[in-house]
Design a protein around this ligand. Structure first.
Ligand code: NAP
Length: 252
């Protein structure tokens, strides 16, 4: 019996990297999982791969910054799975790479729109469905760069958006407690994905030196902790951020 049996989960940006690993783990732990990302071909591929492993998943295209696509993802989940108990807000972008003074308004707006604003408005739309089920659990994917400047020489605006998510987690946890909805956060360190390739190229050696375990992480290493935080094993944990960083010191 999996610890998420009978639960329905929505995971954003779940067709590769950390999101895909989380979606796979939640399904292995018994949840029905709605997979999503911007491109239909990526959704189809991920759903097929997970279904081939015997997992109960479905998929829908959702660019998280598009309100109508967020709405459609929720409606589709309700139609196919009959409710929503768990949400992982994992999508993020970083169109600005370089010193923060090079940031343009367009780049800054995009980062905050996708990483912070869309996270809040997706959660806002999902919460009434969780309430109907008597409660729920949410995990937001931040980053250790939201705490400390490792790599943020190149990703200052992105890192600032990730700090905002740590704050948002605390605000939501306090306000949703009365609805029996817990909100937690994970802060991955450097995890080997497409997203981190540029950073590894620019600053890999320096980042590696800052990691106690002297290696980069794998996407699956973000998955077990997320499943735990979503599950009833974490029933007295809310408003927390857990660093998954191989020992990079991360505290505000
Ligand atoms: P990744 O392997 O490059 O995967 C990115 C995923 O996001 C893909 O499935 C992509 O699919 C989807 N996506 C991109 N933009 C989207 C949007 N606007 N709406 C919906 N889906 C979107 O990236 P990752 O490293 O796993 O990153 C996942 C999360 O972990 C991000 O929040 C990132 O900030 C965080 N993080 C990563 C690291 C790291 O070292 N990798 C460290 C700390 C935090 P489509 O192209 O089909 O949309």
């Amino acid at each position: 019996m999996g610890k998420l049996n009978g639960k329905v989960a929505v995971v954003t940006a779940s067709t590769s990297g950390i999101g895909l690993a989380i979606a796979e783990r939640l399904a292995e732990d018994g949840a029905k999982v709605m997979i999503s990302s911007r491109k239909q071909e990526n959704v189809d591929k991920a759903v097929e791969m997970l279904k081939d492993k015997g997992l109960d998943v479905s998929g829908v295209v959702c660019h998280v910054a598009k309100k109508e696509q967020r709405h459609r993802m929720i409606k589709q989940t309700m139609k196919e799975f009959g409710g929503i108990d768990l949400l992982v807000s994992n999508a993020a972008v970083n169109p600005i790479f370089g010193p923060i003074l090079n940031a343009t308004e367009e780049g800054w707006d995009k980062i905050f729109e996708v990483n912070v604003k869309s996270t809040f408005f997706l959660i806002k739309e999902v919460v009434p469905y969780m309430e109907k089920r008597g409660g729920g659990s949410i995990v937001i994917v931040s980053s250790v760069s939201g705490y400390i400047p490792v790599g943020s020489t190149h990703t200052g605006a992105y890192s600032t958006s990730k700090t905002a998510l740590i704050g948002l987690t605390k605000v939501l946890a306090e306000q949703f407690a009365a609805m029996n909805i817990r909100v937690n956060c994970i802060a991955p360190g450097l995890i080997k994905t497409k997203f981190s390739e540029l950073l590894v190229k620019a600053d890999g050696k320096k980042i590696l030196d800052s990691i106690y375990l002297k290696r980069f992480g794998e996407p699956f290493e973000c998955a077990g902790i997320t499943s735990f935080l979503l599950s009833s094993d974490a029933s007295f944990i809310t408003g927390e951020t857990v660093a998954v960083s191989g020992g990079v010191v991360a505290r505000l």
